[in-house]
Design a protein around this ligand. Structure first.
Ligand SMILES: [Mn+2]
Length: 195
């Protein structure tokens, strides 16, 4: 089974992540940051990755460390769970519409972390949540998950929709990339012999 458990403890955050790539999109995410939990739930539901996340962070300062470090731990879990990548589609893309917003994602489970982030928010906050942290999360996920990740806002005027569409779009693209390609069987989707 393609599962992983990661525990990551620092002076700023204590985080555990349990995932199953071959899940049904069931989730139980509690980070102490309400809006972020809502986004992680979307990521699980739309990727079909089962996800249990617990984070205790220094949210008395702000949500930055908690969001970033959860991205790091989730990226590490993804990289571990996907293993040798035999048989996977590797690439994923999804243009996701949500009311006023469209977010387009293209990604490659390449082991070459690279984030292209063309997503601007019209407001600095969603409730108490800093919108700039959405990018911080995906930067950490890309770096530690070994993902070439391109996320573009095609259009959108509502910050909640923009953030949520980004998480859902990445989730759907991840689902596609992680899926087992029946024509690839036990081979690697690369001519290099390693990925
Ligand atoms: Mn919502």
């Amino acid at each position: 089974m393609r599962k992983a458990s990661i525990t990551r403890n620092t002076a700023e955050t204590q985080i555990t992540v349990d995932i199953n790539l071959d899940g049904t999109g069931s989730y139980d995410n509690q980070t102490g940051v309400g809006f972020f939990d809502h986004m992680l739930d979307q990521l699980s539901r739309h990727s079909l990755i089962d996800m249990t996340i617990r984070a205790k962070g220094d949210t008395h300062i702000d949500d930055h460390h908690t969001v970033e470090d959860t991205g790091i731990a989730l990226g590490q879990a993804l990289a571990q769970a996907v293993g040798d990548k035999k048989g996977i589609y590797r690439y994923g893309h999804f243009a996701l519409a949500m009311d006023d917003t469209q977010i387009s994602t293209a990604l490659d489970l390449s082991a070459r972390p690279f984030l292209v982030w063309n997503v601007e928010f019209p407001t600095a906050k969603i409730g108490t949540f800093d919108t700039e942290l959405v990018r911080e999360f995906f930067q950490a996920l890309s770096t530690h998950g070994g993902i070439t990740l391109h996320v573009d806002k095609v259009h959108g005027i509502n910050s909640h929709h923009i953030a949520e569409a980004a998480f859902k779009s990445v989730a759907r693209a991840l689902r596609m990339a992680l899926e087992i390609d029946p024509r690839m069987a036990d081979s690697l989707p690369s001519t290099k012999g390693a990925l």
